[in-house]
Ligand binder design. Structure first.
Ligand SMILES: Cc1ncc(COP(=O)(O)O)c(C=O)c1O
Length: 322
């Protein structure tokens, strides 16, 4: 699930261990304010441009609760992160899918703008999950957001691995919402922390549908401690990126396997073999099968520690051996 293979920083573990003794108390509003200040500083926006919640999954629910009612149309690229489709449908909205195609799963800006006409919302995962590529450059995003009347949601869950963000656009445009998470580069998937970056008016709307205490005291102190130890995050990201490049090269050298370039912490690859995920799972190696969403036979593997990647490669070689 594209988690971080490394544990959180020792400073995070210490902060959470210390905080557990205060678990009889609700989170103090000042704790959340401190977290928002740290995030705002990290992103380089104002505190009014940030709302936090328990995972970006939850922010997706909040966004759809604010904007999507019966028959509202949302443009979602396919393949992409499934939660968007599920939540739009739950609210009675209609998903308009736009297929990302081979050879690179890229999208042309004019095609995107044409498909977006008349829709209420447009969702872009940038870089995209599960294909791993960047879908919009900054220049393209400017043109899109400036000319689109609906809401543009840009999911930057993998930002730390690619270093490209549209966050400064929230200062200029009220109709862009950027989602980020502590579940990937920050190694905190189990504590459920995400945030949205948007214009202050948009943040006010999102806050209206938010539950009172979406983050636990432990989650808040963990996120603050993680932001206080960005060196750790940078080291982890750098290890994962170098392993990603090694894994890509290894996969590329294997007969019949075609990996796709990735700006994230996972790699999509095509294989001539069906049921690869099941066959690897029998060997206790878990990858995700995307054959139903993309075609025969596509799989996504998360980048692990070097020894985990070696084990994956060894078993993959054995399973695909003619
Ligand atoms: C594109 C994308 N958005 C959101 C999420 C969910 O993040 P969170 O753990 O913050 O709910 C994921 C997790 O895989 C993801 O890939």
């Amino acid at each position: 699930m594209n988690e971080c293979p490394y544990p959180p920083s020792p400073k995070v573990i210490k902060a959470v261990s210390n905080e557990i003794q205060n678990a009889n108390r609700y989170p103090d509003p000042e704790m959340e304010e401190e977290l928002k200040r740290k995030i705002a500083n990290y992103v380089d926006v104002s505190v009014e441009n940030i709302v936090v919640s328990n995972g970006s999954d939850n922010l997706i629910y909040m966004l759809m609760d604010v904007f999507i009612d019966k028959d509202d149309v949302v443009l979602i690229l396919r393949p992409s992160f499934e939660v968007y489709r599920v939540v739009v449908t739950k609210n009675g909205g209609v998903v308009k899918p736009l297929r990302l195609k081979e050879p690179h799963f890229a999208i042309k800006l004019n095609e995107l703008m044409e498909a977006a006409k008349g829709t209420k919302m447009l969702v872009i995962i940038n870089p995209n999950n599960p294909t791993g590529n960047l879908l919009l450059t900054k220049e393209e995003a400017e043109e899109l957001v400036a000319n689109y009347e609906g809401i543009v949601v840009v999911d930057e869950a993998y930002y730390e691995f690619c270093g490209i963000t549209l966050s400064d656009m929230v200062k200029k445009y009220p109709n862009i919402v950027i989602l980020r998470t502590f579940s990937k580069a920050f190694a905190l998937a189990g504590l459920r922390i995400g945030y949205a970056i948007a214009h202050r008016d948009m943040i006010k709307l999102l806050k209206k549908v938010r539950e009172p205490f979406p983050l636990s005291r432990l989650s808040i102190v963990a996120a603050v401690a993680a932001l206080n130890d960005l060196d750790y995050v940078r080291r982890v990201v750098s290890l994962i990126k170098s392993e990603r490049d090694r894994l890509y090269a290894e996969l590329e050298s294997m007969e019949g396997i075609r990996p796709y370039p990735s700006m994230t912490n996972f790699i999509l690859f095509k294989s001539p073999v069906a049921d690869l995920a099941t066959r690897l799972a029998e060997r206790k190696i878990y990858i995700r099968d995307f054959s139903a969403a993309i075609g025969k036979y596509y799989y996504r593997v998360s980048i692990g520690k070097p020894e985990e990647n070696d084990l994956f490669l060894k078993n993959l070689r054995e399973v695909v051996k003619p």
